[in-house]
Design a protein around this ligand. Structure first.
Ligand code: NAP
Length: 256
């Protein structure tokens, strides 16, 4: 049952809500009373989640979109605002992680990561900002939130994840620059940097890469998507004068 009212009256849009961290975050924000707009390409998954949220007493809108398309990013923001009247929270979470040595990499994998992890995130931020500024100025919370999901890979580069590292480091740089630009107008820009989380993220890798990833994490109890959703919920439920700029969360077993 939707019990808490910490975000009652707020509208949150979550990209990459069809699985993993995004789906868990949408559930968690809905449980705090937010109305949630669910964005991803797999509409059937979004509809299942929207039904689940609805059955718990919440309200969700499904929006099938590819965030690498600027027009689609514009559409999901304007559709959300026209449906619900505002946008208070954007969780910029959609991402892909295609690992392996730089020397052997198919360039298409780099293009996909730059397109989704970086350009898609930038597009969504760009089209959301006017609505977030409006919510911060005129909404009841006195602040609005833009949460960018990066990674421990955005803090520490490792052999075998060069271009994923590059996209996530870029997300960190962009977030800090944008934070300085809008924090005075009460849009809080936050960076969340998970370590290994048990989701379908790594499943899109080539078989030989997948084997290496499995070996690396074989002895590690990975985080659950809900662990990250809890951190994001913490960020967006602070009083207006508290801005959580950055959270790095690793599994206890993960050394680097
Ligand atoms: N799992 C980890 O260990 C881990 C660690 C650190 C950071 N992260 C970050 O956490 C975020 C979420 O990852 P996850 O672990 O939850 O993986 P996931 O379960 O694979 O979820 C990725 C989400 O991104 C969406 N997506 C991918 N391409 C998209 C596109 N072009 N347009 C719209 N949506 C798109 C997917 O939906 P559709 O396929 O339906 O479009 C899916 O909902 C990513 O940014 C990832 O880099 C994950």
């Amino acid at each position: 049952m939707i019990a808490s009212s910490g975000l009652a009256g707020s509208v949150a849009l979550v990209t990459g809500a069809s699985s993993g961290i995004g789906a868990a975050t949408a559930r968690a924000l809905a449980a705090e009373g937010a109305t949630v707009a669910l964005v991803a390409r797999r509409l059937d998954r979004l509809e299942d989640l929207a039904r689940e949220i609805g059955a718990s007493g919440g309200s969700a809108l499904t929006l099938e979109a590819d965030v690498t398309d600027l027009a689609a990013a514009e559409y999901v923001m304007t559709r959300t605002v026209s449906e619900y009247g505002a946008l208070d929270i954007l969780v910029n979470n959609a991402g892909v992680m295609l690992l392996g040595p730089i020397l052997d990499a198919p360039v298409e994998e780099w293009q996909r990561m730059v397109d989704v992890n970086l350009l898609g995130l930038l597009y969504c931020a760009k089209v959301a900002i006017p609505h977030l500024l409006d919510a911060a100025e005129n909404g009841p919370r006195g602040a609005a939130d833009l949460v960018n999901v990066s990674s421990v890979a955005g803090r520490v580069a490792r052999r075998g994840s060069g271009v994923y590292n590059a996209t996530k480091h870029a997300v960190g740089a962009f977030s800090e620059s944008l934070r300085q630009e809008v924090t005075g107008r009460h849009v809080r820009v936050s960076l969340v940097e998970p370590g290994a989380v048990d989701t379908e993220l790594s499943s899109h890798n080539r078989p030989e890469v997948l084997e290496t990833i499995k070996e690396r994490f074989a002895d590690i109890e990975r985080l659950h998507a809900d662990d990250i959703a809890e951190a994001i919920t913490y960020i967006v439920t602070r009083p207006w004068h508290v801005a959580i700029n950055e959270i790095l969360i690793r599994p206890t077993d993960q050394e680097q």
